[in-house]
Design a protein around this ligand. Sequence first.
Ligand SMILES: Cc1ncc(COP(=O)(O)O)c(C=O)c1O
Length: 387
Amino acid sequence: MSRPLGLPVVRSSAFAFDTAHDYAEVLGGSVPGYSYSRIDNPTAVAFAEAVAALEAPDAADVGAEPFASGMAAISATLLGHLEAGDEVIAPAACYGGTWSLLTRWLPRWGIRPVLIDVTDAVAVRAAVTARTRMIYAETIANPTLAVSDLPALAQIAHQAGGRLVVDSTFATPVICRPLEYGADLVLHSATKFFGGHADATGGVVIGRSEHLGPVREARIDLGGCLAPDEAFLLHRGLQTVALRVARQSATAAVLADKLVGHPAVARLRYPGLASHPQHGTARALFRDGLFGSLITMDIRAGRLGGMAFCDALRTVAIAPSLGSVHSKVSHAASTTHRQLGDAALAAAGISPGQVRLSVGVEDPEELLADLRQALDAVLDGDVDLLV
Ligand SMILES: Cc1ncc(COP(=O)(O)O)c(C=O)c1O
């Protein structure tokens, strides 16, 4: 007997049955099997199961649902669990797409987002009302890199009779496993570290069946299913995620340490630095001394300074997304967080010059040299700040 070591790609949207009875049983859920790939596809299911094994290696009752993107995972989670009249407490500083979903779309369906600083437990407690059904947090926030105190948030959510949902995209289970700290559901943009090579888009939600059930139903009805070819790439990426995250985090720690005092940088945030506001929380919750591979820098000279820094980089790519083997930079206010107006940017702690650096697997010394010369260029005025 032998079996394929690589994951087979089942590129079929429909599955044929021997009898009409068999089809009815599989579709009805009384017998396991595949009928239609929007409902379940073997390659997508294999990817989701592999993620569940990483997030909860010791819990047999934890499963996962695969999605077409991180936003498909987030929208199905919110819509699966919330209804008109409910309130969700969420970070004022979170991924721009999530912020847009919370503030533009949920109110249309009668769901009220309460956006606050979720790292402030006192503020979170004060924001709880009889209508609170969910606390939503990012383990490491995009782009401020604020670290959530997950055990405290879980306690507040559960005392309120609600659930804690955690977007752990920036951390990955290599660094943090939120289910172990009381989260009810964990979700990821698999597009980032899981795929790891900037060549596939996907999402995933992990949790126990009582919490995952409504998410699955929302996925099936809203249609954000993961395609088999994407599932193959994401599953392949998972084989090396621990290696990549360890290397990328180690390089980021070195870069943060070396760049923190540069005169062109008004503020550098990295959870591994003692100066990070939630460094203690990060130390308590993160695994293996890893603090992630994202660094944010508030470049002096505001919006123009931030964009000029990006333009001066030679090897680091100006690109969206993060977590891949390639180092990338993006200027928050003009790209990932363009949905936020000046007031919302300020409330989220996103300065006009803030840039987000996603550190890849390249040679650390070469990366440092490129970043230094770009910061020097901003300082020297070599770059045209008026362009
Ligand atoms: C923290 C976080 N969550 C969710 C998403 C959305 O993921 P996707 O682009 O796969 O829909 C992103 C995208 O950048 C993100 O950074």
